[in-house]
Write a protein that binds this ligand. Sequence first.
Ligand code: CO
Length: 132
Amino acid sequence: MIGKLNHVAIAVSDLDAGVAVYRDILGAKVSAPLELPEHGVVTVFVELPNTKIELPQPLGEDSPIARFLEKNPGGGVHHVCYEVEDIETAAKQMKASGARVLGKTRIGAHNKPVLFLHPKDFCGTLVELEQA
Ligand code: CO
């Protein structure tokens, strides 16, 4: 059911330092920072030929990324995002299979509907589904 890998998100506590790693050391193209208050992050996307790397940094008081960084102070892989054709169909299929869907469908960084799936049901990794 899932399609392409849309992006891998690597949480960072210092976005400028993360951008410098990907732009200056690894030589990748990095987007301008994007503030997503609804998701509690400011983020950039590193554009690779076959996928993207997201670098979310906490934004605001109640950021889910802040809690992740408390446990992983040096940063780390936060989630993987797979594309699906239809987000509501995917949500129904996930629930029918007994997987936990976290919260409601929201509009993500690419102005497309996204939802998150519980890491305990997906090999220990937080999964984001994005309607392609
Ligand atoms: Co993401």
